[in-house]
Design a protein around this ligand. Structure first.
Ligand SMILES: Cc1cc2nc3c(=O)[nH]c(=O)nc-3n(C[C@H](O)[C@H](O)[C@H](O)COP(=O)(O)OP(=O)(O)OC[C@H]3O[C@@H](n4cnc5c(N)ncnc54)[C@H](O)[C@@H]3O)c2cc1C
Length: 393
């Protein structure tokens, strides 16, 4: 009998189901994505056609519960999908990653009415979400946000600016972190998280130009007297916004780690292939020990990163607190992506620097994995804090 994989809500799939799903995603990547990446990447063009195909594949509902129309996948299976997609074009994974973090916040902390209304629409991709936490003055220190929501009858009125919001232009709504009580101490208890749909008072400022992560939109969002019904406050009560946002980041960090594995793997695959066909001094460069040392380190980083992601995803699926495991996976896999990308470029020589090949993209995309969903400096601090907490003397 096929082994059963279970998510944190108790929904299961068999290993055989997982294999079929991953085969389907791989076929789609090979047929519909791989050959179009260079063109879309260099035009920095949003991949509308691929988004339509991702809806068909069910990717926008990958981790949403089956009772709400999602696939209810375990985080481990989801991480494998993210890795496969990121091996081909990391940007694509960003289109459903932050959407699913928003969905996870609604599913874990939302009221029943919010779940019934939003999750089925999220699952089909009819509504696509984003995570609006960062502001011009703060990213790591989210408790310092200045976007303010003031209660007015049955509504709140919101003013403020968010920046670097992935899916901010193409998505229809965002999980919006605001201050409902700026005087509250500790500061996180003065925060709340809203489901903010686009409408009057919610404008998309500008599309931000980036080093990499092309195709997907990163935007500034401006809220000017934006009126939102109180029933869109996630969970229905003020004061838990930071906890709700950070709760979603465990899955977010597993996502980013899985993207790191994808870039690390893609770099290894390209380097392994190229080093067998490029010759110097009368032999393929893979026969030079200097290149072998690089390949050995790259392959080891890939395997270690994959195992860390698997361990973090298993802890998440068991419903355990896993900020330490997700932090370790995110830290190691993203640094591995960065190191493998530069080694891949070195192995390719001048061709690694050419925009006609994929290698230079890995080099541009990898650093984002070290910054997004909590910088790697912060991951080290989270790991150390948990280490002390779990090992008191
Ligand atoms: C392409 C892209 C997409 C993004 N998408 C989103 C999105 O969809 N939604 C969203 O909300 N945000 C998004 N972000 C923002 C991202 O989450 C933040 O950039 C990130 O959290 C870091 O915040 P910051 O840039 O303000 O850096 P800062 O917080 O200003 O940090 C600057 C430096 O100081 C270090 N540092 C800060 N505090 C400490 C500390 N206490 N101890 C040690 N070191 C510290 C940091 O590690 C970093 O090295 C995105 C960013 C990029 C580049």
């Amino acid at each position: 009998m096929s082994e059963i994989l279970t998510n944190r809500s108790g929904e299961s799939i068999t290993v055989e189901d997982e294999r079929q799903l991953l085969d389907g995603v791989q076929r789609w990547l090979d047929r519909e994505v791989r050959d179009k990446v260079l063109e879309l990447e260099h035009a920095d063009e949003y991949p509308h056609e691929m988004v339509a195909q991702m809806k068909e594949l069910g990717l926008f509902g990958a981790t949403i519960g089956q009772e709400y129309g999602g696939l209810g996948l375990p985080a481990g299976t989801y991480a494998k999908i993210v890795t496969a997609v990121s091996e081909v074009w990391m940007s694509l994974s960003g289109i459903f990653n932050s959407h699913l973090i928003m969905a996870a916040a609604v599913e874990r902390f939302g009221t029943e009415a919010q779940k019934r209304h939003y999750l089925p629409r999220f699952a089909t991709g009819e509504m696509r979400g984003a995570l609006a936490l960062t502001e011009p003055n703060c990213g790591t220190d989210l408790q310092a946000i200045r976007t303010r929501a003031v209660r007015d009858g049955d509504d709140y009125v919101i003013n403020g600016t968010k920046t670097w919001i992935s899916n901010g232009i193409e998505g229809n709504c965002v999980a919006l972190l605001v201050k409902t009580d700026p005087e509250m101490q500790p500061r996180h208890k003065g925060t709340s998280l809203f489901i903010a749909e686009k409408g009057p008072g919610f404008t998309v400022g500008r599309k931000l130009e980036k080093l990499g992560y092309k195709g997907i939109d990163s935007a500034e969002l401006v809220f000017e007297d934006y009126r939102i019904p109180a029933e869109r406050l996630i969970g229905g009560a003020e004061g838990s916004g930071f906890r709700h946002a950070v709760g979603g980041l465990e899955l977010g960090r597993i996502n980013v780690a899985a993207r790191g594995v994808g870039i690390a793997n893609a770099s290894l695959q390209a380097a392994t292939a190229y080093s067998q066909v490029r010759e110097t001094m009368g032999k393929p460069i893979c026969q030079h020990q200097a290149i072998q040392l690089k390949l050995g380190d790259m392959a080891t980083r890939c395997e270690a990163s994959r195992l860390l992601v698997e361990a973090a995803a298993k802890a998440y699926d068991r419903g355990e607190r896993c900020d330490m495991e997700a932090g370790m996976a995110k830290l190691f896999a993203s640094e591995s992506a960065l190191e493998n990308a530069i080694e891949c470029m070195r192995i390719h020589g001048a061709y690694g620097y050419s925009k006609e090949f994929h290698v230079e993209r890995y080099y541009r995309d990898a650093p984002l994995m070290c910054i997004g969903e909590g910088t790697n400096e912060m991951q080290r601090i989270i790991i150390a804090r948990q280490l002390i907490e779990r090992n008191p003397v």
